[in-house]
Every structure is written in C-alpha cells, then in structure tokens.
Design a protein around this ligand. Structure first.
Ligand SMILES: [Zn+2]
Length: 301
C-alpha cells in the first residue's frame, strides 16, 4: 500500500487480519457444528444386532444369547448373476432375520459373513475362490470358542452355499465346547412351500436363485447372457436316483456353471420366498434366544 502513511497501513493490516481470523473461526465452528449434527444422526442409526455396527459402550450393557454366523462362497452363477451371489443373499437373509428377531428379544447378534466357501469343483471358472473345508472349520471353531469366552453358548451357522458341510465339525465341537451349534442351510428353509412359489426345481443359479437376485439386487443381473441351466446327466441310474452320491465337476455338466433354468424367475417369486424364509429363521432365533440351557438342552426337559 504505497502512498499511505505507515500507521494507517499498520491499522488496515490489523483489521484485515482480525477479519480473516473471525471468518476462519466462524467457518471452523460451522464445520464442527455440522460434524456434530452428522454424528448425532449416525448414533441414532446404530444397529445393536449387527456386530460390525455396534460398539463397546453398547455391547457392555447388553446380554447376547444367540450369535448368527453367515457363511457363503464366491463362485460363478450361470453368466448373468454376480460372483458374490451367495455372499449377498446369505448376508441379506441373516441381517433381515436378525433385525426382526432383535426387535422382539434384543439378544441376537449377527456376525459378519464369511465370504469364501468350498469351491474346488468350480475352479474351472475364472476367479472362483476356493477355501478348503478344513480352513473353514478352523475359522468356525475359533469363532465359536471366542463367542463362548464372551458367554454366548447358542450359535446358528447360516450357510448359503451347497458345497460347505458343517455337520461333522458341529458333532465334534459339541463334545469339546459347551456351546450349542445349530446349522441352517437357508435355501432349505422354505422347501415345503417351494412348489407353491416356483415352477422348476432349482439347484444352482436357476429359477429360485435368479428370483432372489431380482428381489434383492436387480441392478447386478446381466441381461441377455444367461445359459439355459441344462446339465449333462450322470451315466449311472443309481447316481441319478440319488442313492449313490458323488461330487460334480461343474465344468463337465455344461459351459456356464449352472444347474437349473433361470427363465421363469421373477422378483415377486424371490420376495415371497425370502419373506417365508426370513420369517421362519426370525421365529427360530427368538425361540432359541428365550430357551434356557439345562442338562437336556436342546431336547425337551
Ligand atoms: Zn448360490
């Protein structure tokens, strides 16, 4: 500011600096206030049935009776469904049932979904991730033992992938840890009503799984690319009838990693099936949470 006397220059500088300091201060206060407003909103959204959402402050004041452990897989489902199909629908079933059960009994906790499963027989398809049953079992065992240390003695494994087999582990675990482990393959929950909702028997990525995807995440279904889900049958009658079993290599049954026709799928069918399944699981969780563990549990006293 040439041309102005030194004192005036100095005075203007002070006023300018004061103005800037005030502006920055006001901005900072406004930011802080809006941050607090946001934080207040988040606090009201904390779901105490969701282990990934709740916190030490809240958990310390609760008594959880039942833990739900969803387990899934990452694998191809025909050409049109997402690789994370099992992860997504199993997580959704677990969360829906746990939330509804929580509203009735406030003692159910939903653990995060284990995303990987046993997929060695689908490895011919790119980016299938296979985790051995032994690895899964080791993880489930550690989780059950951790839960026991925190006083939770009722655990439901909610499985969403046909290749995972947990009964041998459960049989073994229950002789070693005083925890009661239950297994629910969720797609079996509504089998008695299956024919009322769907037209074709589903096995992998067919009418049922496509309907469920249409109900939950239609934006992830690729249009116009699905194969018909037809499979090359076994050459032995005993295996076709099911009294002799073997494992299927999905690369040998067709070229699109599916078993079941998706063409009759609809979002409405998916919604009806999910409503039935989630409602039944919710009822079981409430019953389990309220059941007292005595020396005959889980049998009648
Ligand atoms: Zn699946």
């Amino acid at each position: 500011m040439p041309g102005l006397p030194g004192e005036v220059r100095c005075g203007l500088k002070k006023v300018l600096l004061q103005f800037l300091a005030n502006s920055v201060g006001i901005c900072a206060i406004r930011l802080l206030q809006s941050g607090l407003r946001q934080a207040r909103k988040v606090i009201f959204m904390i779901d105490e049935w969701d282990l990934t959402a709740t916190n030490l402050h809240r958990i310390s004041k609760r008594r959880y009776e039942v833990a739900v452990l969803p387990i899934s897989a990452i694998e191809a489902h025909n050409r049109h469904l997402p690789e994370g199909q099992d992860y997504r629908h199993t997580t959704c079933v677990a969360r829906t049932a746990c939330k509804a059960a929580w509203d009735r009994c406030q003692s159910v906790i939903c653990l995060p979904t284990i995303p990987y499963g046993v997929d060695c027989n689908l490895m011919a398809y790119p980016l299938t991730i296979h985790v051995s049953q032994a690895t899964l079992d080791a993880m489930v065992r550690d989780i059950v033992v951790s839960l026991r240390k925190h006083g939770i003695r009722k655990v439901l494994i909610l499985n969403g992938h046909g290749g995972n087999e947990f009964m041998p582990l459960i049989r073994q675990l229950q002789t070693e840890v005083d925890t009661n482990v239950f297994l629910c393959n969720w797609w079996r929950v509504g089998m008695d009503k299956y024919g009322d909702i769907f037209e074709c028997r589903d096995d992998h990525a067919g009418e049922m799984e496509t309907s469920v995807a249409m109900a939950l995440y239609p934006e992830l279904i690729e249009p116009g690319v699905a194969g018909d889900g037809g499979v090359r049958p076994f050459r032995f009658e005993a295996v076709r009838q099911g009294w002799v079993l073997t494992s299927r290599d999905f690369a040998k049954i067709n070229d699109h990693c599916a078993s079941g026709d998706p063409s009759k799928a609809s979002a409405d069918k998916g919604r009806r099936f999910l409503e039935l399944v989630c409602g039944r699981i919710e009822d079981f969780l409430v019953e389990l949470a309220e059941a007292r563990i005595d020396d005959k549990f889980p049998h009648e006293p």
